[in-house]
Every structure is written in structure tokens, then in C-alpha cells.
Design a protein around this ligand. Sequence first.
Ligand SMILES: Cc1cc2nc3c(=O)[nH]c(=O)nc-3n(C[C@H](O)[C@H](O)[C@H](O)COP(=O)(O)OP(=O)(O)OC[C@H]3O[C@@H](n4cnc5c(N)ncnc54)[C@H](O)[C@@H]3O)c2cc1C
Length: 394
Amino acid sequence: MDFSYTPEQEAFRMEVRRWLADNLPPELCIDDPVDDWVPRNHEIFEKRRAWQAQMYTAGWVGIGWPRELGGRGASLIEQVIFNEEYGRARAPILPGYSGISMCGPTIAQAGSDAQRRRFLKRILSGEDIWCQGLSEPGAGSDLAAIASRAEDRGDYFLLNGQKIWTSAAQYADWMYLLARTDPNAPKHLGISYLLLDMKSKGVEVRPLVTASGHHHFNQVFFEDVQVSKENLVGPKNQGWKVAMTTLSYERGATGGGYDSQIRGLVDLAQRHQIDGRPAWQQDWVRQRIAQLAMESKAAKYTRLRSLTRQLKGQPPGPEGSMLKLFGSELGVRIGFFASEMLGPYAQVAQPMPVLEDAPRWHNRVINSRQYTIAGGTSEIQRNIIGERTLKLPK
Ligand SMILES: Cc1cc2nc3c(=O)[nH]c(=O)nc-3n(C[C@H](O)[C@H](O)[C@H](O)COP(=O)(O)OP(=O)(O)OC[C@H]3O[C@@H](n4cnc5c(N)ncnc54)[C@H](O)[C@@H]3O)c2cc1C
């Protein structure tokens, strides 16, 4: 592994840093982007959408996309540098995240020319915001068990069924989804990948509020919704293959950001009092933070090892599942430790004179568990590591 950057890469880092310093409105900065990636209300959503449009105009959205599709054609290393600087500036996750990182690349790879022309630019600019309609009440880890039906009616599909845990559907203009188009085919066949205009007649979005009081996700119901055949991605009944493309981008998008949380913990320990003195003066506090810092570094170097493989053009190793498992569980350990240090204050979701940033820590504690579920649960990652890496019997 080579940890140094070339002078060109350092210059690129400075260019990103300067642009963010000059343009990012301070009111949009957040302490923990991962805990707040779905905007809390429409006002925040619109501000973040305007921010995405501003970034797009300056050429900073989807920088890894090829130039002919509206991106910057940035190298992998440049994307890593960009993400580091973006996190360092405490900039918010863009509202168009799902389209930029998952659906857009899928349309680019598996969509028709007409779909590429119609959707890709608008995904980058934030004119269209997308949500992901994969999970259903009976289909999560076992995604191929989806039951939503899309009946072929000539020019269109007639869609009926339900999605669940749909993050940010309340803001979305479009949804990419899987529906069953041949109920008699074996489970992984007979599924199609469709693009749905959320304003279509028969689509109903109902909120699901998390334990932290945040309207993060939704249930989405379809009742006799007409989806034009133009919005089928890939061949009919072969949506499973297309969905695997989307999910490969989702796995690539998870992980990271733990160093800044550890820095937050150190700062908290220096301010928060336990038994009349700063928590930082307690041995057990410093030891636990040191342990978490080591784990964060281990995750970082595993991520870099994975990056090195990609840069050498080698096939992906087991790092993807290891990082997803280790990173999300580390997030839980950080949240758990924050709650131990804060005691009853961890339960307060309002700023207090003794703890101005109480809501941040309350969120961290309550929300950390969700990342061990989203994008593939910890148990599923353990199965993958056991079966594919350790070659354990099924
Ligand atoms: C914050 C968050 C955001 C999300 N956003 C979206 C979204 O935008 N769009 C979307 O479509 N979905 C979204 N999801 C849903 C997510 O993809 C599913 O929750 C996830 O795939 C797990 O599916 P499930 O909830 O149906 O649980 P299940 O699959 O029913 O699993 C229940 C339990 O059984 C365990 N289990 C299941 N199968 C096995 C097995 N083979 N071996 C061992 N253990 C097993 C699981 O690990 C889990 O503990 C989101 C989830 C979260 C938490």
C-alpha cells in the first residue's frame, strides 16, 4: 500500500477544499452526516437540493461519472480525496444520493439510450430526486421474495403491491423498484426493474417514524398504477440481474466517517463532567476511546487495502462485507459508549446548558443500530464472509 499522494492529487485536494470553503453555506453543515442524511423537513430538503444544484453547476456532482454522461471522469483516488474533503467540511449528504450513487449508474449501464438522455442529467442536477423501492414486508434479506405485481397490459405495466422502509420517499420524484412480471417463473426470474414517477395515480406514501422521532422512511402503496413500458430497465423478467448492478453500487457506498465521530467523542469527554471532573480524566473513558480509535484505524486501512486492489485492477476481495459488518458494528459501539459516558443525558433530544449538542448524541445512540440492518444486515454479511471467504459449509 502506498499512503502518499502525488503533487497533482494534493493540488486536486486543495481545489476541492477551497471550493467548499468558498461555497458551502455554514447553515448546511452537520456534525454527523450519516445520522442526518434524510432531511428532517421540507425546508432543509429544499436548501440541500439547491446546494446540489450549485455543486452540479460547478461540476462537483457524480465526479466519477464519465464526462459524456455529465460527470467529471474523476479517477478513483480523486473520488476518495473528494469524499474525504466533503466529510471534513461537514457538508450534508446530497438529497439526490440514491440516484447519483445507485440508480444513475444502473441506468448508465443497463438502461436504454432514451432513459440515459431523459434521466441522467436530472439525477446529477437534483431536478429529479430518487428513492429505492426494493424491500417489502415479506422481502428484505431475501429480496427475491418480492410480491408486488406488474401485469403486462400492452403499452404499460399495471402495478399493485407495497414497498416498505423506503428512505426519503416523501421527497422523491421517482422510484426505482422491482416487481414480479411473471408469477409462475422461479423466484429469481420473472422480476422486472421499473422506474416509477411518484406522482402517478395510485401511489400512496405513508410515513414511518423512527425511534428518534425522525420521519426517515415510509411505506409506499401501489394501487393499479400504470407504469409506461418506456420505464422498464433491461429486458422484461430479467430485473434481478439489473438489481444486482444497483446493489453492487450500494455496497460500494457504505462505510467510513468513524474518525470524525471519534474526534467528537474526545471533544465530548473533555467537556462532559463525571463526578465533578471532565470525563476525559477518567482512565476507563480514555481507554475505551483509544480502543474505538484503533478499531476506526483498522477499518480505514482495510478500506485502503480494498482501494489498492481496485487501483491494481484486481477483483474485489472480501473487504466489502468485512467493512460493512465491522463499520456498522463499530458505529453501534461508538453510540453505546457515548450513552455510557453521558448516562441519563443520552436520553435527552434537546440542547441543554450542560450539553448543547445533546440531540446529536441522542441521535447517534438511537440511530446507530439501523446501519447494521440497512444495505444488508450483519447476519447476512457474516453468512457471506463464512461461505465465500472462509469457505465454511452452508
Ligand atoms: C435505515 C434504513 C434505511 C433503509 N432504506 C431502504 C430503502 O430506501 N429502500 C429499501 O428498499 N429498503 C430500505 N431499507 C430496508 C433494508 O434493506 C432491509 O431492512 C434489510 O434488507 C433487512 O430486511 P428486513 O428488514 O426485511 O429483515 P429480514 O430480512 O426479515 O431479517 C430479519 C432478521 O433475520 C435475519 N436473517 C434474515 N435472513 C437470514 C439468513 N439467511 N441468515 C441469518 N440471519 C438472517 C436478519 O439478519 C435480521 O436480523 C432500509 C433499512 C434501514 C434500517
